[in-house]
Design a protein around this ligand. Structure first.
Ligand code: KIV
Ligand code: ZN
Length: 521
C-alpha cells in the first residue's frame, strides 16, 4: 500500500458523471478529458461501463492506449459477462482495475435485485473471485451501502475481501448520510472486518442533500483513503463529490487533516472549463473554486478590505487553483476605493475633485448596467462620450424552410447604414453570420449563453458571449459581451455587437500610432 497520508483520487467524471443527463461524451471527447485528468494528477480514472455500450468499450480502449500513468477502472455488475467485457476493454491498459458492484440495501435487494441476503453474498463471492482471476486490482462497491443494515454491509465487505477485492467502496448512492454517521461507519467497518486494514477503503458520496464533499471529508476522518469524485461535481441527480472542492479542502485545511492528494491544483480551473466546453454544461457562478464568482468581489467593503490585504476576504490564492487573479467587479455595490484603484491601474492620475465627478458618473452608469468594465471606465474618463461602434437598427430572423435566414440593418461608427443578410444552420447561426459580414469582424466564440433575468412581465433575456483573440503583440486577450432584450435572439445580436465593438476599440487603441487621451498620466 502507498503512503497512508495520501488520499487517492478516483475520478468518475467519465462514468458516473457522464451517465447523468446532459453530460454524455463521445469516445474522442472522453480521451481529451482523460488526458486532462492525467495532467490534473488523479490516481484512478473510471472510463465507463463497457458492458453497457459500444461507445464505453471504444473510449476505454482509446484511453488505455495513451493514458499510461493513472490506473484505469471500468464498472461491471456482478455478472460474469460484464466482468469479461470489462477485462477485454482494459486489455493493453498499463494499470487496469475491475470495479464490480452489487446493491446490498434492503430496498434494493427486495425491489431491484429480488435477491435474498444469502444470494447477494454468494454473488459477491463468485463475481469478485472471477474478476480477481482476470485482473489483480479489483474494487468492490456495495451499492446503497449507507442504507444497508450495518452487520450485513460488514458481512458483504468481508466476503469481498476474502475473495480478492483490493479496494472496498462504500457508496452513499442516494446522498442520504450525514458527516457524523459516515465517519462512524467507516471507523467501525475498518476496525471490525477481518482483513480491512490490508485493503483501501473508498468513499463515493452523492450530493442529494448538498453534503457530498462534507461526507467524503468525514469518511476520510473515519479512515477512507480513496475518494470518488467528479470534475464540477457532475453525476447522477445532484451529482458526486466535486474533485476541486475536496482537493482544496484538504490543501487549505492541511493543518487540520494532515493528508494530501496528488492533484496539481493549478489545473483545477482549466480542467473544469474544459469539461464545461466538452459537455456544454456551465457551472453556477457561485460554485466553489471554479465558478466565475469564486474569487470575485463587488461590494465596497470587501473590495476595500481586499485592496488592503487579500486575506481579509480570500482563504486561498486564485493562482493556486488556476485563475489568473481575483476579480474586482465594478458595479452598483462598489466603492470609491476600488474605482480609483482600477483607474490608476488603467493609467489615470486623478486630480482633486475629478474623482468625485467620475464616481458620480460611475454610479449613474451602474443604474443602467450591472457591470462596469475597463472600456466603460475609459469612456467615463473621456467625458462620457458614447463609444463609437456598430449599433443595431433592426433585424429579422426566419427559421422556415431548409435553412434559417437573418437580415440586419446596422449603423456603422460613422453613422452610415449597412444592411446584410445571411443563411445559417439555425437562427442564431444565421444572425451571427450576417453580423460578421456587416462588420467585417470574425468572432470565434469561446462561450455563448442565454438565460432569463427577472420574473413575470419584467423578465428579459440576457445573452453572454466570450471570445479570445490575439492582439498585435500575439497576446491572447479575452473579450466578453452582454446583450439584454425581451427577445433572446435580439439579446444575442446585442451581445455579439458588444464584443465586436470592444475588440475593434482595442485594435484601434493598440494599433501603431494610436494616441492615448489627454486624461492619461
Ligand atoms: O452511486 C453508486 O452507488 C455508484 C456505484 C456503482 C459505485 O455509482
Ligand atoms: Zn454513484
Amino acid at each position: 500500500m502507498t503512503s497512508p497520508d495520501i488520499i487517492r483520487i478516483f475520478d468518475t467524471t467519465l462514468r458516473d458523471g457522464e451517465q447523468s443527463p446532459g453530460c454524455s461524451m463521445s469516445p474522442q471527447q472522453k480521451v481529451v478529458m482523460a488526458r486532462a485528468l492525467d495532467a490534473l494528477g488523479v490516481d484512478i480514472i473510471e472510463t465507463g461501463f463497457p458492458a453497457s455500450s459500444e461507445s464505453d468499450r471504444d473510449a476505454t480502449r482509446l484511453i488505455a492506449r495513451e493514458v499510461r500513468r493513472p490506473t484505469l477502472a471500468v464498472l461491471s455488475r456482478c455478472l460474469p459477462a460484464d466482468i469479461e467485457a470489462s477485462a477485454r476493454a482494459l486489455e493493453g491498459a498499463a494499470r487496469p482495475r475491475l470495479h464490480v458492484f452489487l446493491s446490498t440495501s434492503p430496498l434494493h435487494r427486495e425491489h431491484k435485485l429480488r435477491m435474498g441476503k444469502d444470494e447477494v453474498l454468494e454473488s459477491i463471492a463468485r463475481n469478485v473471485a472471477h474478476a480477481r482471476r482476470l485482473i489483480d486490482d479489483v474494487e468492490f462497491s456495495a451499492e446503497d451501502g449507507t442504507r444497508t443494515e450495518e452487520d450485513f454491509l460488514a458481512e458483504s465487505i468481508a466476503i469481498a475481501i476474502a475473495n480478492g477485492a483490493t479496494t472496498i467502496n462504500v457508496p452513499d448512492t442516494l446522498g442520504y448520510t450525514t458527516p457524523d454517521e459516515i465517519r462512524g461507519l467507516f471507523q467501525r467497518l475498518i476496525a471490525d472486518i477481518p482483513g480491512a486494514r490490508d485493503v483501501v477503503f473508498s468513499a463515493h458520496c452523492h450530493n442529494d442533500l448538498g453534503l457530498a464533499v462534507a461526507n467524503s471529508l468525514a469518511a476520510i476522518e473515519g479512515g477512507a483513503r480513496q475518494v470518488e469524485c467528479t470534475v464540477n461535481g457532475i453525476g447522477e441527480r445532484a451529482g458526486n463529490c466535486a474533485v476541486e472542492e475536496l482537493a482544496m479542502a484538504l490543501k487549505v485545511r492541511n493543518a487540520y487533516y494532515a493528508l494530501d492528494t496528488r492533484i496539481d491544483t493549478r489545473r483545477l480551473v482549466p480542467t473544469s472549463q474544459l469539461l464545461t466546453r466538452l459537455i456544454g454544461m456551465p457551472v453556477q457562478r457561485n460554485k466553489a473554486i471554479v465558478g466565475d464568482n469564486a474569487f470575485a468581489h463587488e461590494s465596497g467593503i470587501h473590495q476595500h478590505g481586499m485592496l488592503r490585504h487579500r486575506g481579509t476576504y480570500e482563504i486561498m490564492n486564485p493562482a493556486d487553483v488556476g485563475w489568473p487573479d481575483s476579480k474586482m467587479v465594478l458595479g452598483r455595490h462598489s466603492g470609491r476605493a476600488a474605482v480609483g484603484h482600477r483607474l490608476r491601474a488603467l493609467g489615470y492620475t486623478l486630480e482633486d475633485g475629478q474623482m468625485d465627478q467620475v464616481f458620480e458618473a460611475f454610479k449613474a452608469l451602474c443604474e443602467q448596467q450591472r457591470v462596469v468594465d475597463d472600456d466603460d471606465l475609459e469612456r467615463l474618463m473621456n467625458g462620457g462620450v458614447p463609444s463609437q461602434g456598430f449599433r443595431l437598427a433592426s433585424m429579422t430572423v426566419s427559421d422556415r424552410g431548409q435553412r434559417a435566414s437573418a437580415q440586419i440593418e446596422l449603423s456603422d461608427p460613422d453613422g452610415r447604414t449597412i444592411t446584410e443578410s445571411a443563411l445559417g444552420d439555425g437562427p442564431v447561426d444565421a444572425l451571427f453570420a450576417a453580423l460578421a459580414a456587416a462588420t467585417g469582424v470574425d468572432l470565434s466564440l469561446e462561450s455563448y449563453q442565454v438565460h432569463s433575468v427577472g420574473i413575470g412581465r419584467d423578465a428579459r433575456g440576457e445573452a453572454n458571449l466570450s471570445v479570445r483573440h490575439e492582439d498585435a503583440a500575439g497576446t491572447s486577450v479575452a473579450f466578453k459581451g452582454t446583450g439584454t432584450s425581451r427577445d433572446i435572439i435580439e439579446a444575442s445580436a446585442l451581445a455579439w455587437l458588444d464584443v465586436a465593438n470592444r475588440l475593434l476599440r482595442r485594435r484601434a487603441e493598440t494599433s501603431p500610432g494610436a494616441q492615448r487621451t489627454a486624461a492619461h498620466a
